[in-house]
Design a binder for this molecule. Structure first.
Ligand SMILES: *Cc1c(COP(=O)(O)O)cnc(C)c1O
Length: 411
């Protein structure tokens, strides 16, 4: 999006505000489907947790996408957005059997990643097909927090436990309709992904009634100019060839599924903040914006990089700034960033603010969560109002302290 379009949105809707470019979401969706155009049955299930606004979900529905959900609330949100249950896959980790049964009752696809739950679910509901999340123990992913395929990861059922899975399936007569993996975020090396895929194919051979193989996600997007990203086109070519060969061998045209979050929405997002203060210390110049990790936690939580630019003064001379927030705790968005000269009141734009940004926002410091705007067909649409003071007090219950506290008997 252009700086002046973003600036106008900040003026019209106030700050801080999240802005999403629908056109970018659509082009990423098309880029991925195009990379796999030679797969007969391809299914993209957008990972709701990345950005879960209902208008975003409806946009994905209009593109023909399904959704990947990790909680019963995300399932309900998907249904509310108009997805039919068969367009929703539920991939929880560490949830109760009750919640999985609730999702099954709603008719969505079930993905199980725990042997104990698999055995209980298969015993009670042998007729409901289930997909199994495998942990191939392949180290992929950008850092330890987002890498979920390693040996000590809490995700998936280990490939070393396949004999046990097979025993459960045989004993319960349950029906396994899919095999799944999701090894982590920010995959750089396609060969590692393909290696993990081979493990998935090997596993898939042992199940005779599959409808789909789900390769999860974890595609890396660029965060700054010249940054490396997952080469989707190359992955498309290589995995398509392997997948089509596997289907021949398997004797059935299976569906190839992915569940990308970041790849589809990260670059569509801009987070616009206003500079409250410029503060010179002995060692740096701070630009302090009207936000903090209550609204955008990725830099502090994962060390993620978000490009920051001054859209109020794009031609100003560049200086070095440390961009921080207004939270009473260290909340550095960016250190030593070269940014066009900042004046108080300027609007700073943070890039890659589509995935895991608003969806991780909180009310810390009793601040309001920001508004969200969707840029669609050349127009700005408000898709979430900025919170108000009522939201802060909502659900809180006041105790009457006018009566005396009863004395407790102390032994
Ligand atoms: C979070 C998650 C995804 C999406 O990962 P991205 O890196 O955002 O693409 C996909 N599948 C599962 C099971 C997840 O938990």
């Amino acid at each position: 999006m252009l700086d002046n379009q973003l600036l106008k949105i900040a003026q019209d809707f106030g700050s801080p505000v999240y802005v999403y470019d629908a056109g970018k979401i659509e082009s990423q969706y098309k880029r991925l489907t195009n990379a796999f155009k030679d797969v007969k049955k391809l299914k993209l299930n957008y990972a709701v947790k990345a950005l879960s606004n209902i208008s975003i979900l409806k946009l994905f529905k209009s593109l023909g996408s399904g959704i990947d959900t990790v909680s019963i609330q995300e399932v309900q949100l998907g249904l509310a957005a108009g997805f039919s249950p068969d367009q929703i896959i539920y991939t929880p980790n560490g949830v109760s059997l009750d919640e999985i049964e609730e999702a099954a009752k709603l008719g969505v696809k079930i993905n199980i990643d725990n042997l104990s739950i698999l055995e209980q679910f298969g015993t009670k509901h042998p007729k409901i097909p289930v997909c199994i999340r495998i942990n191939p123990h392949v180290m992929a992913g950008g850092n330890a927090n987002i890498s979920v395929g390693h040996i000590d990861s809490k995700f998936g059922i280990s490939i070393h436990q396949i004999p046990h899975i097979l025993r459960i399936v045989e004993n319960t007569k349950m029906n396994i309709n899919g095999i799944h993996m999701h090894t982590g975020s920010d995959i750089l090396d396609i060969e590692v992904f393909l290696y993990a895929s081979e493990i998935l194919f090997d596993t898939a051979k042992q199940f005779k009634n599959l409808d789909f193989i789900d390769f999860g996600s974890g595609f890396k997007v660029p965060y700054k100019p010249g940054d490396i990203e997952t080469n989707i086109e190359e992955l498309g070519k290589k995995l398509t060839a392997r997948f089509n060969a596997f289907c021949k061998e398997y004797g059935k045209e299976l569906t190839l599924a992915f569940e990308p979050g970041k790849f589809l929405v990260s670059e569509s997002g801009y987070f616009l903040t206003k500079v409250n203060a410029v503060k010179q210390t002995t060692s740096t110049v701070f630009a302090q914006v009207d936000s903090g990790f209550n609204h955008l936690i990725r830099p502090m939580f994962y060390g993620s990089h978000h490009e920051i630019s001054n859209i109020s003064n794009p031609k100003g001379r560049e200086r070095f700034y440390t961009v921080v927030g207004y939270i009473c705790e260290t909340d550095t968005f960016g250190n030593n960033r070269r940014i066009n000269e900042i004046n108080e009141g300027d609007i700073l734009s943070f890039k890659n603010a589509g995935a895991y940004c608003f969806s991780m926002a909180s009310n810390y410091n009793s601040r309001f969560r920001p508004a969200e705007v969707l840029w669609y067909n050349g127009k700005a649409h408000l898709i979430r109002k900025r919170e108000t003071f009522e939201n802060i007090l909502n659900n809180q219950i006041e105790v009457d302290f006018s009566t005396k506290i009863e004395k407790q008997l102390v032994k």
